[in-house]
Design a protein around this ligand. Structure first.
Ligand code: KIV
Ligand code: ZN
Length: 389
């Protein structure tokens, strides 16, 4: 085992492929190139830039991304078919570090769709991974819907892929069905029971249909997976994919119990989150972990007072760590006197206790009428106060 496999977790971002597959979330060529550049600067290890056979536009985007990305591996997706694999290779071959990612659905329902029985599928996996490996020395195999595939057959598919030369083995929870304990058990079972498993990197690729994608990804890492597949803001099909910002910050903040390192510069998270929200047209929900508008905002008096005295009272991360300049104290009807004093001081008003008492009464009346009291409202309140004094 290398050092990397002991404590380093590779971050594989698929915002431009699985993320873009969200209905209604398509991005232009230039937007994709810009996002790929940001992902590279942020320290993402592998960028899945698209599905080159899907359309000429996808091919162009993957191929241009391959040319501009400086550090990250650039990956193109392909079904387990020679035409797909050749097209993916054509698109990524100019990258400094190209990767071909090929897959087939291995669960009973997926086998039904492809019309292949177990033996037919085994042969296809062998032939297609071998074909990809003859083109590129960096090949990722995915047994799609792995978590609903019979364990014995799943082991067989992985065994064949490893023997045919796959260097990364991805275990997708394609429909977000798995629970964290199972996610760990599947990875552990494969690493223990498939010959040659310690020569490859195991990846986890989770969807969020039951809201467990982050927990499932981290459970898989604890069981030995060393690549997490994820997207910015959790963008992705249906309820989305594992959110990059969540797994990265979870491993950073709880490094005491999850001692894994990534190369991600977390201070770049907020910028790229806003960029992806804007170009995809998918706004980030206010209470989304890490990147939501309210993730570092406090309104209640007790919380604001605590934050003013010691930020660690109600915040487990520093806003600067995700690229924000400061925590926001939102002024509303739950806010207390300490927060009002601090806000007014920031706006240039220093008040004696009795003045503050007066302003506080008027602030509460206003807050009852307005959901949020903005700086401009406070300035207006202060100018009324000076006029009537
Ligand atoms: O969810 C999935 O199974 C996928 C594969 C193509 C890896 O996105
Ligand atoms: Zn997926």
């Amino acid at each position: 085992m290398t050092d990397q496999k002991q404590d380093h977790v590779l971050i594989f971002d698929t915002t431009l492929r699985d993320g873009e597959q969200s209905p209604g979330a398509s991005m232009t060529h230039d937007e994709k190139v810009e996002i790929a550049t940001l992902l590279d600067e942020m320290g993402v290890d592998i960028i899945e830039a698209g599905f080159p056979i899907a359309s000429p536009g996808d091919f162009e985007a993957v191929s241009d991304i391959a040319k501009v990305v400086k550090e990250a591996q650039v990956c193109g997706l392909s079904r387990a078919a020679t035409g797909d694999i050749d097209r993916a290779w054509e698109a990524v071959r100019h990258a400094k570090r190209p990767r071909i990612h090929t897959f087939i659905g291995t669960s009973p329902s997926h086998r039904g769709i492809t019309g292949l029985d177990m033996d037919g599928m085994a042969e296809r996996i062998h032939d297609m991974v071998t074909h990809a490996r003859n083109l590129c020395d960096n090949v990722q195999w995915s047994s799609m819907d792995a978590t609903r595939t019979e364990p014995e057959f799943l082991k067989r598919t992985i065994d064949i892929a490893i023997k045919a030369g796959a260097t990364t083995i991805n275990i997708p929870d394609t429909v977000g069905y798995t629970a964290p304990r199972e996610s760990a058990e599947i990875i552990r079972m494969l690493i223990e029971e498939v010959p040659g498993a310690d020569e490859v990197i195991f990846a986890t690729h989770c969807h969020n249909d039951l809201g467990m994608a982050t927990a499932n990804s981290l459970a898989a890492v604890e069981a030995g997976a060393r690549q997490i597949e994820c997207t910015i803001n959790g963008l992705g099909e249906r309820a989305g994919n594992t959110a990059l910002e969540e797994v990265v910050m979870a491993m950073k903040v709880r490094n005491d119990i999850m001692p894994y390192a990534t190369r991600i510069d977390t201070q770049k998270i907020m910028h790229i989150s806003r960029m992806v929200a804007s170009v995809s047209g998918f706004p980030v929900q206010y209470n989304k972990a890490i990147v939501g508008k309210n993730a570092f905002a406090h309104e209640s008096g007790i919380h604001q007072d605590g934050m003013l005295k010691d930020a660690s009272t109600f915040e487990i991360m520093r806003p600067e760590d995700v690229g924000l300049t400061e925590t926001s104290l939102v002024m509303g009807k739950h806010s207390g006197r300490a927060a009002l004093r601090s806000k007014l001081e920031n706006l240039g008003y220093t008040l004696a206790d009795n003045q503050l008492k007066d302003v506080f009464v008027r602030f509460k009346e206003l807050a009852d009428r307005k959901k949020e009291v903005y700086d401009e409202d406070l300035i207006a309140l202060m100018s009324d106060q000076t006029t009537s004094a």
